[in-house]
Design a protein around this ligand. Structure first.
Ligand code: 6PG
Length: 249
C-alpha cells in the first residue's frame, strides 16, 4: 500500500539513525540503478539528519556502485548564504558527499546565493526547467525521481515554514522564504515542485521529533510538512525514538 500524502504514507521504523541512513542509502542505490529512461534526479534535504547518509554514500564500497554519471543532484532548500558559509547545506553536502564521488560537476546543482533570495529562486527554477525541458510541470512526468525531506521541530520541511507566503505558492517551483527569527533567508522548492516526484522520503530521527511526527502523520493541517504530497509514494523512514508517539508506533 503506498500513499500519495502524509496520512496514507508508509512508515518504516528502524532501530536508530544509523539504520535509517543505511536503509536510505540502499533504497537510493536501488532507485538509481532501476532508472533507465533518463537521468536519475534527486533533491537532497539539508540540516543534520542527512550527514550519516552522505558519509555512507561517500564510502568507496557504495560510491563505486552508484550511477553518478547519469545522476543529477538538486537541493530541496538552502540557506541563502555563500557556499563557504558554515550554515550552507551545499557546503555540508559537498564536504561529506560530493567531493568524494564521481558525480560530474555539471550534475551538481547548488542553489546560488549571488543576488537576492528572490532572484536566486528564479535562477534555480530555470535550472530545473532546463533539465525538465519545459516551463510547466506535466502530471505523469515527474520532475524528481526522489525528493528527500527532513522535518523541523515546528513541523517545517525543506524551507516551507509556518506562516510563510511560500506555503500558498501554487505555480512557482522555487521561492524565497524569510522564516520567523531565522538568521538567514531561505530558498526552497515549493509544494508543486515537491509533488512532481516519483517518491518523497522523509528521514526523521530522535525523540525530539516524535510529537511533531505524530501530528504530521495525522494530517495536522497547521503544520507545513502535513501538506507534502507526491505523484508517487510518500514514505517516512524513521527511527524508533521518532516513532514513539505514532499509533502502534
Ligand atoms: O535547511 C534545512 O535545515 C533543512 O532543509 C530543513 O528542512 C531540515 O530538513 C529540518 O530542519 C530538519 O533538520 P535536522 O535534520 O537538522 O533536524
Amino acid at each position: 500500500m503506498s500513499g500519495h500524502d502524509v496520512t496514507s504514507a508508509r512508515v518504516v521504523v528502524l532501530e536508530d539513525g544509523e539504520a535509517v541512513a543505511q536503509k536510505m542509502a540502499q533504497w537510493l542505490l536501488d532507485q538509481a540503478l532501476a532508472k533507465t529512461d533518463g537521468p536519475f534526479v534527486v533533491a537532497l534535504s539539508g540540516g543534520s539528519t542527512p550527514k550519516r547518509l552522505f558519509k555512507i554514500m561517500a564510502e568507496p564500497a557504495y560510491a563505486s556502485k552508484f550511477p553518478w554519471r547519469r545522476t543529477h543532484i538538486f537541493f530541496g532548500d538552502d540557506r541563502h548564504v555563500p557556499f563557504t558559509h558554515d550554515d550552507s547545506n551545499y557546503r555540508m553536502t559537498d564536504e561529506l558527499l560530493l567531493e568524494h564521488v564521481d558525480l560530474p560537476a555539471e550534475n551538481a546543482h547548488p542553489i546560488p546565493a549571488d543576488g537576492t533570495a528572490e532572484q536566486d529562486a528564479v535562477w534555480y527554477q530555470s535550472a530545473l526547467q532546463d533539465l525538465y525541458g519545459s516551463h510547466h510541470l506535466t502530471p505523469g512526468k515527474p520532475l524528481f525521481d526522489v525528493v528527500m525531506l527532513g522535518m523541523g521541530p515546528d513541523g517545517h520541511t525543506a524551507s516551507l515554514f509556518p506562516r510563510q507566503p511560500i506555503l500558498q505558492e501554487k505555480t512557482k517551483w522555487v521561492a524565497a522564504c524569510t522564516p520567523d527569527n531565522a538568521p538567514h533567508d531561505r530558498v526552497s522548492l515549493t509544494y508543486p515542485a515537491i509533488h512532481s516526484s516519483r517518491n518523497v522520503v522523509f528521514l526523521i530521527e530522535g525523540a525530539g521529533k516524535a510529537e511533531m511526527l505524530a501530528r504530521v502523520r495525522s494530517g495536522d493541517e497547521s503544520l507545513p510538512a502535513s501538506h507534502i504530497t507526491s505523484e508517487g509514494e510518500v514514505v517516512f523512514l524513521v527511527d524508533k525514538a521518532a516513532a514513539g508517539e505514532l499509533q502502534n508506533g
